[in-house]
Design a protein around this ligand. Structure first.
Ligand code: S3P
Ligand code: PEP
Length: 439
């Protein structure tokens, strides 16, 4: 990968592509396969750097992990995790490290978790706090709340945990620890976050309860349940599909179809928002695959209008606000994105980097503590582009601006494009195969 990538105005993007495997489900298939007894076969695994780091971690914890074909992996679970021989390096992956800490906490082991420069800046107490309440011990190696951290796991007791912000990573870490805790573990969320852990735990033979609790939701899991290896078919990642679909919406005369996209309603907030903006987005061939609804999504060039995104939709599209903001730059009127303070603790401070990057491309953006507002250029008016965008090692900041550049007047460049491989290794080839101009 070169040290910069530049995208140039394209005439039209057309064609059919297949979304890469879902990142959330890929991490979970490795982790559950690793702690289960017996063999887990995975098909459609995302072979991105984040998931490969999780695969190496699961191996270090004692499972046998083998790549048997394109996206096909075989995991021979050890029926639990053992003390690894070296530091568990989770690379850039928040999902990887937080779920692995939860999974490891209930076994008698010690392990040190670390990650790259971006992951070392992200808060970990949101997970280590409840895990410590369950009985695990954490020793911060450099600074409190930050990696690297040493975990000592062992006998845990169940907790009832109430989240103030809906986070699937926190919920998942607590549930995975709850597998080896005495009693019934519960997690209450103010809004439902993605439920892949709950669904996959059931596929591995565990019982998980879900009930509405006032405004929110309560997930319960009884400790002492064993997992049995199974077959996991990973559907296409809606968060990745968003990029070619966005290009289809903003590049004149385009028609792009992404096949096999997971349509779990806890992941499709972006598509609902685009439809409210007037996007010509159609879903066909709805079917079931791997325990999830999937479909083929077609995006045609559209006249978009600005909208106010409902704040309670945030959990279902938290990783999609950067690409939503890029498409909002072409809409008529303002798009208001609020209640998204969590964006500031992802691979980068995504609010501040999107504001900086869009401004560098001539777009009017207002920053708020927990949100941002994009004023679109409007129909018949062009977006200038022309910026060199600083991505701070963030794949979604890079991809969002490269898509924007395909429809802007002047080329848009991004630094550190190598990070795109964390979630979407074939991004540049896919976009150029559709008619994009990214080099
Ligand atoms: O559980 C998961 O797979 C994920 C949950 C989300 O994070 P939070 O739980 O921190 O919201 C999301 O941003 C991340 O990309 C993947
Ligand atoms: C936030 C993301 O991932 P993670 O938290 O796993 O690093 C993402 O992929 O946008």
């Amino acid at each position: 990968m070169p040290s910069q990538l530049t995208s140039r105005r394209a005439s039209a993007l057309t064609g059919k592509v297949r979304a890469p495997g879902d990142k959330s489900m890929s991490h979970r298939s490795m982790i559950l396969g690793g702690i289960a007894s017996g063999v887990t076969e995975v098909e459609g695994l995302l072979e991105g750097d984040d998931v490969l780091a999780t695969a190496r971690a699961v191996e270090a914890f004692g499972a046998k992990v083998e790549r048997t074909g394109d996206g096909r992996w075989r995991i021979e679970g050890a029926g639990g995790f053992k003390t690894p021989a070296s530091v568990i390096d989770c690379g850039n992956a928040g999902t990887g490290v937080r779920l692995l800490m939860g999974a490891a906490a209930g076994y008698p082991l010690t392990a040190t978790f670390d990650g790259d420069g971006s992951l070392r800046k992200r808060p970990m107490k949101r997970v280590t706090g409840p895990l410590a309440d369950m009985g695990a011990a954490f020793d911060w190696q450099a600074a409190e709340d930050r990696l690297p951290v040493a975990l000592t796991g062992g006998t845990l007791k169940a907790i009832d945990y109430v989240q103030t912000v809906a986070s699937a990573q926190v919920k998942s870490a607590i549930l995975l620890a709850g597998l080896n805790a005495e009693g019934v573990t519960s997690v209450v969320e103010p809004e439902k976050s993605r439920d892949h852990t709950e669904r996959m735990l059931r596929a591995f033979g565990a019982e998980v309860g879900v009930e509405q609790r006032g405004e929110g939701w309560k997930v319960t899991l009884k400790g002492g349940q064993a997992l049995t290896g199974t077959f996991v078919a990973v559907p296409g990642d809606p968060s990745s599909a968003a990029f070619p679909l966005a290009a289809g919406l903003i590049v004149p005369a385009s028609e792009v179809t992404v096949e096999g996209v997971m349509l779990n309603p806890l992941r499709t907030g972006l598509f609902d928002t685009w439809i409210e903006m007037g996007a010509d987005l159609t879903i066909t061939n709805r079917r079931e695959a791997g325990g999830e609804e999937v479909g083929d999504i077609t995006a045609r060039h559209s006249s978009l209008k600005g909208v106010v995104v409902p704040e309670d939709r945030a959990a279902s599209m938290i990783d999609e606000y950067p690409i939503l903001a890029a498409t909002a730059a072409f809409a008529d009127g303002v798009t208001v994105m609020r209640g998204v303070g969590e964006m500031r603790v992802k691979e980068s401070d995504r609010i501040s980097l999107m504001v900086e990057g869009l401004r560098a491309c001539g777009i009017q953006v207002e920053e708020e503590p927990e949100g941002f507002i994009v004023t679109g250029a409007g129909q018949g008016r062009s977006v200038r582009g022309g910026g060199l965008v600083h991505t701070a090692h963030d794949h979604r900041i890079a991809m969002s601006h490269l898509v924007l550049g395909l429809a802007a007047e002047q080329p848009v460049s991004v630094d550190e494009p190598g990070m795109i491989a964390t979630s979407f290794p074939g991004f540049v080839e896919m976009m150029n195969g559709l008619g994009g101009r990214i080099v």
